[in-house]
Write a protein that binds this ligand. Structure first.
Ligand code: PYL
Ligand code: MG
Length: 261
């Protein structure tokens, strides 16, 4: 998994405000309302213990501070433990954390100690970015394109299939694609189909994965991907709205997701 860099997390607040305006305009809901509708739950100042983890590549300098900003923005009561790792876990639970958040290089998780609910950033991010794409008010049909079926993309495709959308997907890994066809009933998309979409959920760690042949003149692209899969010149040539930021939307989804059992 590609790791965040401190540069990715700079001016998170302005990235949040920018994306919140777009989400509100293209779906009719801001991120907070969308999370409430998606998960049927509202925060109530639950205490969230954020634990720095030194495993693997170690601490990302502004990662836990970014989580603290996000947790408090969405109406929880966050705190960062003084110590990392196991000592930090003990500290968080001792200080009455309802929810624990921590990340090594493979899994970033939120665990509600009271409800027993647990979620990974991959799943929560896939679900919410796919859900944002599917709520495009100007969509021309219920056809939606999912680009890449990794841990994030597959979770999003699963959510969209459950919501009854006509999910088309592409992935270089034919095994991933076949699994999604067999398990989710999605359709495979290939560029020579010449089919165009007004809703695209992109979940790849690559740039320029979205080509002109894929999108309608008016289109919503929703992606947690770093770097951005939408080439800037295509975004300008067509009336494309882009919802993309590195961490906030995925973390909001994690937090709301564990409010229920
Ligand atoms: C959660 C992000 C989204 C994309 N890649 C994931 C990532 O960068 N994971 C690594 C997070 C490491 C955090 C470090 C710390 O500061 O506690 N262990
Ligand atoms: Mg995000």
């Amino acid at each position: 998994m590609a790791l965040l860099t401190p540069e990715d997390l700079e001016n998170l607040s302005s990235q949040l405000e920018h994306n919140n305006e777009i989400v509100k305009r293209v779906t009719g809901l801001d991120i907070m309302d969308l999370c409430e509708e998606l998960y049927g739950a509202q925060p109530n100042s639950e205490r969230v213990g954020i634990i720095p983890i030194t495993a693997g590549n170690g601490i990302i300098s502004n990662f836990t501070a970014s989580l603290l900003f996000i947790v408090n923005y969405f109406g929880f009561e966050g705190f960062i433990t003084e110590h990392p790792d196991v000592t930090g876990y003990y500290e968080a639970v001792s200080q009455g954390a309802d929810i624990i958040m921590m990340a090594d290089d493979h899994i970033f998780t939120a665990h509600n100690l009271q409800k027993g609910a647990i979620v990974s950033n991959h799943v929560a991010t896939g679900i919410i970015y796919a859900d944002i794409a599917s709520r495009f008010l100007e969509a021309s049909s219920k056809d939606i394109l999912v680009i890449c079926l990794g841990r994030v993309g597959y979770a999003g495709a699963c959510h969209l299939a459950e919501k009854g959308f006509n999910v088309y997907a592409c992935d270089p890994n034919k095994g991933f694609l076949q699994k999604a066809v067999d398990e989710l009933g999605i359709k495979t998309y290939c560029s020579d189909d010449r089919k165009k979409f007004s809703m695209v959920f992109e979940a790849t760690p690559n740039a320029d994965t979205i080509s002109e042949g894929m999108i309608e003149e008016r289109c919503l692209v929703s992606t947690p991907g770093i770097p951005c899969g939408l080439p800037p010149e295509i975004g300008k040539k067509y009336r494309v709205d882009l919802v993309m930021e590195p961490l906030v939307i995925g973390v909001a989804s994690m937090l709301y997701s564990v409010l229920r059992k």
